[in-house]
Design a protein around this ligand. Sequence first.
Ligand SMILES: O=C(O)C(=O)C[C@]1(C(=O)O)C=C[C@@H](O)C=C1
Length: 286
Amino acid sequence: MSRHLPERFALARARAVIDGIDDGLLVLLAARRRLVRTVARLKPAAGVPPRDLGREQRVRERARAFAARLDLPPSTAQGLLDLAIGDACRQQGLVFDQGQGAATGNALIIDSIMPTPSLLSPMTPQLLRLLPPPRRIAPLLRVMPLRWQRRLLETGMARVLAAPLLEGELDFMHGRRLAIEVTDLRLRWVLELQQGRLRVTDAEPEASVRGSVTDLLLLAGRLEDADTLFFQRRLVLTGDTELGLTARNMLERLPWESVPLGLRIALNRGARFARAARTAHRRENS
Ligand SMILES: O=C(O)C(=O)C[C@]1(C(=O)O)C=C[C@@H](O)C=C1
């Protein structure tokens, strides 16, 4: 029995992380539902039918193409999207037939009047403006318990920083505490290197890196470099300058190629999306 102990322990840990990821999926599904509510309100005024099979088709095709790049079986992506679209249909009182997506009841199907993707792209900023800005998403994130946030973050960092961690590039963090503050999401995590892994701790930080979720994502997705972000004060360093600067230099040298491809794509897409949404919101407010 005891010879299985390390494996049992590792198994329990891995399952706990899976639980955290499942929670993340549910948070995203809840966010999708909120947007479906907005879309449902807009459709009658926009003269668009409640059920839109063309759109559903495109949603599925996008998911299939993205899944292929992530090495995810197409049927898994298909199943997930069927679930999300089915939920959105029920939410709007539309009858969802999983097979062909044929709507019954009162829902109108006027596929032919749907805009082609090329006509859709100029609308993107308008649609993006409908997304809640990060400060409005903050309360939604707070429903995710702190220990789940920690688990997600620790797992994410372990994957992104696997190579520098192995090569000892983060050894300067031993016993040091650096905070990452996501200002618009009102989130803060204090990081410390413990037994070769970056952990989130409750201790007070010695230095902090502060920025908006979009700018931090742009940095993580390599769409902006640390130098520019710090120079433009979109990222701000406070506290122990030496620790902060060492962390900053490390970020600068991060071997991006060593980050798993799927994660790189996800970070890059997430960052582009966040940037486009921010630009759309800024235009609206200017
Ligand atoms: O985009 C819409 O109009 C939605 O209601 C959302 C959604 C979806 O889940 O993606 C659901 C039903 C529509 O037929 C098309 C798409």
